[in-house]
Design a binder for this molecule. Structure first.
Ligand code: MRU
Length: 348
């Protein structure tokens, strides 16, 4: 299996997104023509993963000005607030859309903003591979300090690869880089209930890369770590705040607590756009609550009693005290503290 996945393409002013809800069984591309289509694609998780929803947000704002060349700045700002509300936890969406608003402030005519936003979106995506590779190289150095060059057993949660970033990936990009260096023995991919980003998407990407891996249920984490089957854990981030507390896919926090109990290094790998230094602790992060039917049904078929209800928090907050290090394109934050976070994030 070798064909490269392209989760987002833009050609002749038409944005196409691979429908991630259907992977890995079907590879279907959906056309996105308006800001409303973009909102729905993000909210319904046709497109997902913090960095990729951020880039999709830029295209969404470009589509807004394309269809509203005479819009006022206030209308542009309202459209930006609307698109940002599609998913609240991943700060990348707000980060990228806020930058579009800053660009709009400098333009007198909306029509001149369209080519600027398109060029901006393309250049952001083009720069990403280098950024992700530099995170992976920092991670490699961290592991080398602990384990030398021996091939390792690694664990990850959710999907943080090409399908979440557009290129390489963050935590999964690190695993792919380490595998290219012959430093990976086995990867345990947490299935990631209820949307199954691990079993549907991460496993698919690992298969395409030819990396040995096993899908495990979330509840197997303690078994794996107690039995010394995991040397290190890499997870992504949807929002990292000033003290290092990190929101990521629900289940990440319990992985980190178990890892701390068994003395296993636990790393967050994420770009600068995932940091929100306006918040001082993780308690201030809004956690997205999704439709209970994502838990109660599978592909539209009930898997619980018709009268059963469910609570579906899509993310949780990993306490900074359970994180060995946060790795971004500027370097490694270890141990996490407000001073250390600011020093790396604000590094020029
Ligand atoms: O709900 P999702 O699939 O968008 O959640 C994705 C995650 O939690 C990822 O770990 C995170 O966005 C980082 S992606 C590089």
């Amino acid at each position: 299996m070798t064909t490269t996945l392209l989760p987002l393409t833009y050609d002749q002013e038409i944005l196409k997104l691979i429908d991630q809800r259907l992977l890995p069984t079907e590879e279907v591309y959906l056309t996105v023509r308006t800001i409303e289509d973009t909102y729905r694609a993000i909210q319904d998780m046709i497109v997902r993963g913090a960095p990729l929803i951020g880039f999709t947000g830029i295209w969404g704002m470009a589509l807004f000005v394309k269809h509203n060349p005479k819009a006022t700045f206030e209308q542009f700002e309202r459209a930006a607030a609307y698109l940002k509300s599609a998913r609240p936890t991943a700060v990348n969406l707000a980060f990228e859309i806020d930058r579009c608003v800053e660009m709009a402030k400098l333009e007198t005519h909306m029509s001149s903003l369209y080519p600027m936003l398109v060029a901006h979106a393309k250049s952001e995506m083009n720069n990403l591979y280098e950024k992700n590779l530099s995170m992976a190289k920092f991670a490699e150095i961290e592991l080398q300090k602990i384990y030398g060059d021996r091939p390792l057993n690694l664990m990850t949660i959710c999907n943080t690869g090409v399908l979440a970033c557009g290129v390489l990936g963050t935590a999964l990009g690190t695993i792919i880089h380490l595998n290219n260096k012959k430093k990976v023995k086995m990867v345990y991919a947490s299935e990631t209930r209820p949307y199954l980003q691990g079993s549907r998407l991460t496993s698919f990407e690992l298969l395409k890369e030819g990396i040995d891996h096993k899908i495990v249920v979330e509840g197997a984490a303690s078994y794996l770590m107690k039995n010394k089957l995991v040397d290190a854990i890499f997870a992504g981030a949807d929002r990292i705040v000033e003290n290092g507390d990190t929101a990521n896919k629900v289940g990440t926090s319990s992985l980190s607590i178990i890892a701390k109990h068994y003395g296993i290094p636990f790393y967050i790998v994420a770009p600068i756009s995932s940091f929100d230094l306006q918040l001082s602790t993780g308690d201030q992060i809004e956690i997205e609550l999704r439709d209970p039917n994502e838990i109660l049904q599978y592909k539209g078929v009930s898997i619980a009693h018709a009268e059963a209800n469910a609570l579906n928090p899509s993310f949780d907050v990993t306490d900074h005290s359970c994180i060995t290090g946060i790795i971004c394109e500027n370097g490694v934050i270890v141990p996490t503290s407000p001073k250390a976070v600011r020093a790396i994030v604000e590094k020029i």
